[in-house]
Design a binder for this molecule. Structure first.
Ligand SMILES: CC(C)(COP(=O)(O)OP(=O)(O)OC[C@H]1O[C@@H](n2cnc3c(N)ncnc32)[C@H](O)[C@@H]1OP(=O)(O)O)[C@@H](O)C(=O)NCCC(=O)NCCS
Length: 175
C-alpha cells in the first residue's frame, strides 16, 4: 500500500526509508520508550534493530502500516497500525512511540489524530484500538483526546519483562 504523506505545522508523517535507521536508533534507544512498548521492542535498540524493523515493515509481511514522524528531516518516532488479516480489512491496532526529546509538545496527540482520520476515511476502517499499560498516563491521554474510549481491562494479557500484566484497551469506531 502506498502511504500518502500527512502534514501538520509541527511534523510530517511519511513512509519509512532505509536512510531512517540512524535517526530511529537514536530516538528509540531509550529505556523510558522501551518500558512502555511490548517485549518485542528491543532495549538497548541498535542500528541493526532499526534496519531489521525498516526491512520488515517495508515488506508488509505482518499487515502493518508504519508512518515515520519526521521533524527537521529526522525520523523521531513511529506510528503503526496493525491491520486485521481477514480478506477485508476493517480494523487496526495502534502502536506508537516518540523520541524522549520531543515529548510534551502535543506531537503524538496530533499524529494519532491524523492517522485515525486517514484510516477511517481512506482505508474505511470500522474500528481502531490500542493496548496501554496501566501506568502509561500519557498514552491514555493521547487516545482520550482523540475520541477513543476506555473499553476495558484485559487481565493477564501480556508478558512484559518476565511478568504477566493487565493492559487497558482503548477503541474508537467509525461514525
Ligand atoms: C506516550 C507518548 C507517545 C506521548 O507522546 P507526546 O507527544 O509526548 O504526547 P502529547 O504531548 O501529545 O501529550 C498528550 C497528553 O498527555 C499528557 N501527558 C504526557 N505524558 C504524560 C505523563 N507521563 N503523565 C501524565 N500525562 C502525560 C500531556 O500533558 C498531554 O495532555 P494535555 O494535552 O492535556 O497537556 C510518548 O510519551 C512516548 O513515546 N512514550 C513512550 C512510548 C509509549 O508510551 N508508546 C505508547 C504505547 S501504548
Amino acid at each position: 500500500m502506498k502511504l500518502p504523506t500527512l502534514k501538520s505545522s509541527k511534523f510530517a508523517l511519511r513512509p519509512l526509508r532505509d536512510s531512517d535507521a540512524t535517526s530511529i536508533t537514536k530516538n528509540a534507544n531509550e529505556k523510558l520508550v522501551a518500558m512502555n512498548m511490548s517485549d518485542s521492542f528491543p532495549y538497548p535498540y541498535s542500528f541493526k534493530d532499526a534496519k531489521a524493523f525498516i526491512r520488515l515493515r517495508k515488506s508488509n509481511k505482518e499487515g502493518h502500516i508504519s508512518y515515520v514522524i519526521e521533524i527537521d528531516g529526522l525520523a523521531v518516532g513511529v506510528v503503526s497500525l496493525h491491520l486485521n488479516s481477514d480478506k477485508k480489512t476493517y480494523k487496526g491496532t495502534f502502536g506508537y512511540w516518540l523520541g524522549k526529546h520531543y515529548w510534551g509538545r502535543g506531537i503524538m496527540s496530533d499524529a494519532v489524530g491524523m492517522v485515525s482520520k486517514w484510516a477511517f476515511k481512506s482505508l474505511k476502517l470500522k474500528r481502531l484500538d490500542a493496548h496501554v499499560y496501566l501506568w502509561n498516563k500519557g498514552s491514555a491521554k493521547v487516545l482520550l483526546k482523540n475520541g477513543f474510549r476506555k473499553e476495558g481491562l484485559l487481565r493477564n494479557y501480556v508478558r512484559k519483562s518476565g511478568k504477566i500484566l493487565d493492559v487497558l484497551l482503548f477503541s474508537k469506531i467509525a461514525k
